[in-house]
Design a protein around this ligand. Structure first.
Ligand SMILES: [Zn+2]
Length: 349
């Protein structure tokens, strides 16, 4: 097999572009030439604090789980995928046999893994092999840079599906990073009347406004709770999404909703926060979690983008070469946090 480039994780602060052997396409698998690969907050966690979800025994591992590409080869037994198909990759790896999987909740699989974290491959490489069912077909002509945004958008899509929006007129999104902005886009696609975004960065507040937020609030200078109450005749938001990963954000979400309202936690907390349990009890509030996506979410997001209901293009703040992954990727996302939302690695550049 010829060799190829791959972005490989060797440990915290140690990510290298290396030449490794090109993967073989086995039974039921497809080989993909990745086009664009997004850098996720979880990649950053691994780079700066890891290995967290990457199994030590698997290191070095090729990174990249948010990606689009074109199928270049199909393995024996592949029935639907064809060479030349544009695809977005559904990267989660499930065991299919644990009690969560057997109940149909494979997104909560007790042995959940990911291409780009725990599998033998990742999208930040010249070629990657995945199972046929992980390659979700994009319509011909679907922009491949937007294809790399499908995975993070499905996380927001699922989070919005988890809570009932039936009577929700006012929704509070706490945190305007990549996840919060994706939730905002999905809420707008679902025609939620009023979406309030609380975010400390001025650039991200501006972007939230551009993406359709009804109102943006700086929680450092304004009281989110009283502002939301002022907009809802004293009631509070019907639903909140916690997308900041910070204690203050969770507090804001819990106090910002009305009685019997729901907070859905989407962010990944590194440190364990506390919850105002008395406030939850006295207001009969619900606090729940949402993780990754379910069957059908990729197709739903692709349809929403293709039909124009969801336009995530503004989330892309730069495109870089594979060789610049550390400087213009990981470092830029930390040092230039306010300037960036989603940085894509352009594999062909
Ligand atoms: Zn399972």
């Amino acid at each position: 097999m010829p060799s190829m480039r791959a972005v490989r994780y060797h440990g915290p602060g140690d990510v290298r572009v290396e030449e490794i052997e090109e993967p073989r396409c086995g039974v039921g698998e497809v080989k993909i030439r990745p086009a664009f690969v997004g850098i996720c907050g979880s990649d950053l966690h691994e780079y700066f604090h890891g290995p967290l979800t990457i199994p030590r025994a698997k290191i070095p591992i090729t990174l990249g789980h948010e990606f689009s590409g074109t199928i270049t080869e199909i393995g024996a037994g592949v029935t639907l995928a064809k060479v030349g198909d544009r695809v977005a990759v559904k990267p989660n790896l499930v065991d299919g046999g644990c009690v969560a999987c057997l109940r149909g909740w494979s997104n909560c699989c007790r042995n959940l893994g990911f291409v780009g974290f725990s599998g033998d491959a990742g999208g930040m490489s010249d070629f990657v092999v995945v199972r046929e069912e992980q390659a979700i077909l994009l319509p011909a002509g679907f922009a491949l840079d937007l294809g790399a945004l499908v995975e993070p958008l499905t996380v927001a899509w699922h989070a919005v599906n988890r809570c009932s929006l039936r009577d929700a007129r006012t929704v509070l999104v706490v945190g305007g990073g990549p996840i919060g902005l994706a939730v905002l886009l999905v809420l707008k696609a679902r025609r939620v009347e009023t979406v309030v975004v609380a975010e400390i960065s001025v650039q991200r507040r501006e972007l939230a406004r551009t993406l359709g937020a009804t109102c943006v609030i700086d929680p450092q200078t304004e009281d989110v709770n009283s502002k939301v109450r002022g907009m809802t005749m004293g009631m509070g938001a019907d639903v909140a999404f916690e997308c900041s990963g910070a204690q203050a954000g969770l507090d804001t979400a819990v106090t910002g909703i009305r009685e019997r309202g729901t907070v859905t936690i989407v962010s990944l907390f590194v440190e364990r926060p506390s919850v105002n349990a008395l406030g939850v009890v006295l207001g009969e509030k619900s606090v729940m979690g949402a993780v990754i996506y379910e069957d059908g979410d990729f197709e739903a997001v692709i349809e929403a983008i293709w039909s124009g209901k969801l336009d995530p293009k503004a989330l892309i703040t730069s495109k870089i070469r594979m060789e610049d992954i550390v400087e213009r990727g990981f470092q830029a996302l930390v040092k230039g946090k306010d300037q960036h939302v989603k940085i894509l690695v352009d594999i062909a550049a």
